[in-house]
Design a protein around this ligand. Structure first.
Ligand SMILES: O=C(O)CCC(=O)C(=O)O
Ligand SMILES: [Fe+2]
Length: 332
């Protein structure tokens, strides 16, 4: 590690590894926040270790979810997603379509649930239109039996970690640490697991496990199966860089809404999941937690760094309008 490098940045790269373990120590908190701010200006991505999520919880979350995806299709279809209901999708949409690109479907199955998905129907349906996925009801498989309980425990733990990361984001932006809190006090965050089945036949030309896309919310915390790899982040015009799958870590990235919120200071970067080598027939499971502000929060972009006329100006938007526009493109 070079002498001018932060002690909390374990490896300083396009996607740096940042150690959060000292984040409760006043002296270190600012240093950690600054390391995060640097990463979010440069690539919009970083990897966290020392985050405090117990390994046992992540292991149980991985195990129940992986077990579900290994069930026969008819059993998974019992909890298939349908209008107004989250759950299982045999084809997880085509993420590149959110950027208006037409490509073959991603080689990916998904299972999704929302923190708002347990509310009673009447209250939930007041939260937005049919494209607003946080108005969807959760549906849970009976097999494995502990699936629902583990997912709920994991969602709660992720919500706490995400709120803590937003505090560090606020410090990095020279704002009051609690600046973002009231925008998340009834948030509609979700988990939408990606299961990439074993690749038994060659992919079609232009087909990905996950096509190139940016995330559209504020913050994503991604668990990826140890040492499998496949996730790549775009640096510059055409340099795709592998993101390491470090055991015990999470990948954190911001989405388009956070880039807009910061007036473009921070970047929401294209990423994709490549298909494996033809000899590699392993499946891959990733668990992204998408932290999304309150559906009715009005996101007012911060002032850009400069007043140059070439700096893009952003309009204020509600979370609901923003997300439903993006989701509509993927699934319509
Ligand atoms: O599976 C991965 O590694 C990334 C998935 C992803 O980018 C997403 O679900 O938005
Ligand atoms: Fe993504």
């Amino acid at each position: 590690m070079s002498s001018d490098q932060s002690t909390v940045t374990v490896t300083d790269d396009f996607v740096p590894v940042i150690d959060l373990s000292a984040r409760k120590e006043p002296g270190k908190r600012t240093e950690i926040a600054q390391a995060i701010g640097t990463a979010l200006r440069r690539s919009g991505f970083f990897i966290i270790v020392g985050h405090g999520i117990p390994k046992d919880l992540t292991d149980r979350m991985f195990t129940v979810t992986n077990r579900f995806f290994k069930l026969p299709e008819p059993e998974k279809d019992l909890v298939a997603s349908r209008p107004g209901v989250s759950g299982y999708r045999r084809a997880g949409g085509t993420l590149a379509r959110s950027l208006d690109q037409k490509t073959p479907p991603d080689l990916c199955e998904t299972f999704a649930a929302h923190v708002t998905g347990e509310m009673d129907d009447e209250e939930r349906l007041k939260l937005g239109n049919e494209w607003a996925s946080w108005t969807h009801k959760n549906i849970w498989p009976e097999n494995p039996p502990e699936f629902r309980k583990v997912w709920q425990e994991y969602m709660t733990a992720m919500g706490e970690l995400a709120a803590d990361l937003m505090h560090l984001f606020a410090i990095a932006l020279d704002l009051d640490e609690k600046f973002f809190d009231d925008k998340f006090d009834h948030h509609g965050s979700s988990i939408a697991v990606n299961y990439y089945p074993p690749q038994l036949t060659p992919p079609l030309p232009g087909q990905w496990r996950r096509g190139p896309h940016t995330d559209f919310g504020s913050l994503t915390i991604l668990y990826q199966e140890d040492n499998r790899g496949g996730l790549q982040v775009l640096q510059g015009e055409d340099h795709w860089r592998d993101v390491s799958a470090i055991p015990g870590s999470f990948v954190v990235n911001i989405g388009d809404l956070m880039a807009l919120w910061t007036g473009g200071r921070w970047v929401s970067t294209m990423h994709r999941v490549v298909t494996p080598h033809p000899d590699d027939t392993s499946s891959r499971l990733t668990i992204p937690y998408f932290y999304l502000p309150n559906h009715d929060a009005s996101i007012e972009p911060m002032r850009p760094f400069t007043d140059s006329p070439t700096v893009e100006r952003y309009d204020t938007v509600t979370v609901s309008e923003w997300v439903s526009r993006k989701v509509q493109k993927i699934f319509s």
